[in-house]
Design a protein around this ligand. Structure first.
Ligand code: TNX
Length: 537
């Protein structure tokens, strides 16, 4: 095939179009590297051409080009199924994303109205059940753009694709010059893994509601569906627990630097749950136990084996007293309140780095906590160390830096893949990175992208893998700007590993699509790391 050749007799294939398949570099480069506005393609000075319709992260399952471009009309509406409040809510969400930059009114109307040309339609009516919970079909023609999904979550994911197909200035907070075009064609897209997430540590440094909401939005932009909040650690307890109030008021009163700390009231936490939910993201709360508990031990002396509360700023490794009954009453109270705040099915119990406990203490502790969490109707997630206990097949182990996840698999449980030397967002990009840690090695953007969740860990194969999560620990991070710098652009790659098919993946192709994210992130005001590995425009 050469540039502009007919594909299967069904319309012209402009330079670099990829037809219902993964990228083929030979096809792409055969089309040369000139950028053509008419064809809305993207190039880098030396790299391959990426066709506009597929210039999206995560890369879609299939993208079939059409002829011409769609242009959003100044009097466009967003038409949604009138009888489904969730579809209408996704329509309002889309309108809110598009109004600031376009300056258009973008009313959300019932789809039964006859659409104005240049409008957008969202529907779940007569959609293909094979699209599942999160899949969608996006059909873009010269006069209309329509999204179809079996569930509203699929519409929400499809809206993210639409945002990425519009010019980058669409992400600006103030009116910009149009035209607001999208390349014509059809995208049919479904995710590879059920769990596509990121974790934010609000314990070492506290980040409030607005920061967490912005982080949720960044995850949503890349079609992630889980945000895990690390709510407690040695340096801080960040959630109000009404039956044990000093956890937050005292245990949350500081941070790793001895700063003022902070915590979420239950009302604030509820706001976060609702905000995440409106983005079809499940918030996964973590209370880390039995280690990483100094903030709790400092707040309540009775949780210590010797009955003496350590200082809030003690440095040694900590552990709850596993032999005291009150420890389990405490955990039951915390889990009851947390379960009541958690509509999602998961509670993360930590379980990592219990270095001061032996197996006769650690294993029965995890078994007992698992029973408590189950009694409150939730599934246990834990760092892979929990697999040393008798975990339920419904429990989930999070792999980070050992081979213990294999023990989870042997017990019939699934695994979330967060290998530290690939997926940890707190690891420095290079020795020159001022933020972050480097215990797992330097993780440049290419390192973060080049791995596969189903093959990286011996004994853990595709059916064992529930998904991918990129944790962001905050020992060195003090502001949203710090968070953004460490998370982006690596987060985009982890989102792609979770969503997109493994076949046909290559760094050389990905780095071109990633470059196109630069102006989008800039328009959002995101402080991202401009890796020299990427030819940012
Ligand atoms: C290890 S990962 C930890 C965290 C630290 C992180 C820093 C894990 C389960 N435990 O407590 O914050 O390294 O990279």
């Amino acid at each position: 095939m050469t540039c502009g050749e007919k594909v299967g007799g069904a319309g012209r294939a402009p330079c670099g179009w990829v037809v219902a398949a993964a990228f083929t570099l030979s096809v792409l480069t055969a089309c040369g590297s000139a950028t053509s506005v008419g064809r809305v393609s993207t190039t880098t000075p030396s790299g391959p051409t990426v066709p506009a319709l597929a210039n999206v992260i995560p890369t879609p399952r299939s993208a079939t080009p059409g002829d011409g471009v769609f242009a959003l009309a100044p009097d466009a509406g967003i038409y949604a199924d009138p009888d489904d409040p969730e579809v209408l809510a996704v329509g309002r969400y889309l309108a809110e994303r598009l109004r600031p930059a376009t300056g258009y009114g973008l009313g959300v109307a019932a789809s039964s109205a006859s659409p104005v040309a240049g409008s957008i339609t969202l529907t779940t009516t007569d959609a293909d059940p094979a699209l599942g919970e999160e899949g969608y079909v996006l059909t873009i023609a010269v006069g209309s753009a329509s999204l179809s999904a079996f569930r509203p979550a699929g519409l929400f994911r499809g809206v993210q694709t639409m945002r990425q197909l519009l010019p980058p200035a669409i992400e600006s907070a103030t009116p910009q010059a149009g035209p607001w075009t999208m390349p014509a064609g059809t995208i049919r897209d479904t995710p590879r893994f059920a769990w596509r997430g990121t974790m934010l540590d609000v314990a070492r440094h506290f980040f409030g509601v607005a920061d967490v909401q912005r982080y949720i939005d960044l995850a949503a932009f890349y079609k992630m569906n889980r945000v895990h909040l690390h709510l407690s650690d040695d340096q801080g307890w960040r959630l109000e627990i009404r039956s044990w109030p000093r956890l937050a008021t005292y245990g949350g009163s500081s941070d790793i630097d001895g700063g003022p700390g902070g915590y979420f009231t239950q009302d604030e936490y509820g706001q976060l749950v609702a905000y995440a939910r409106s983005r079809y993201i499940t918030l996964v709360p973590e209370i880390d136990m039995p280690a990483h508990t100094n903030a709790a031990l400092a707040s309540y002396a009775e949780l210590n084996c010797d009955g003496v509360a350590p200082p809030l700023h003690s440095t040694g490794p900590s552990a709850l007293c596993t032999s005291k009954d009150i420890t389990y009453r405490f955990i039951d109270d915390v889990m009851r309140e947390l379960a009541g705040l958690t509509p999602g099915p998961y509670i993360h119990i930590g379980g990592d780095e219990a270095t001061t406990l032996d197996a006769t203490q650690y294993v029965p502790f995890v078994n007992r906590v698992q029973a408590i969490v189950s009694a409150h109707g939730k599934r246990v997630v834990g760092w892979e160390e929990i697999a040393q206990a008798q975990i339920l097949p419904t429990s989930i182990a999070q792999h980070w830096s050992s081979d213990l996840a294999q023990q989870a698999v042997r017990q019939g449980a699934q695994v979330i893949m967060s290998p530290a030397n690939k997926a940890y967002l707190d690891q420095k990009y290079t020795p020159a990175t001022t933020l972050g840690l480097a215990w797992a090695g330097y993780v440049e953007v290419q390192d973060a992208y080049e791995w596969d969740p189903a093959t990286i860990e011996g004994g853990v194969t595709e059916p064992d893998v529930l998904g991918v999560e990129a944790p962001l620990w905050s020992e060195t991070l003090r502001s949203m700007s710090d968070i953004e710098y460490m998370a982006l652009p690596r987060l985009a790659g982890h989102a792609e590993l979770g969503w997109s098919a493994a076949t046909g993946r290559s760094w050389e192709e990905y780095r071109v699509r990633l470059a196109a994210q630069g102006p989008r992130l800039a328009a959002m005001g995101v402080n991202f790391y401009r890796s020299p590995q990427v030819a940012w425009p």
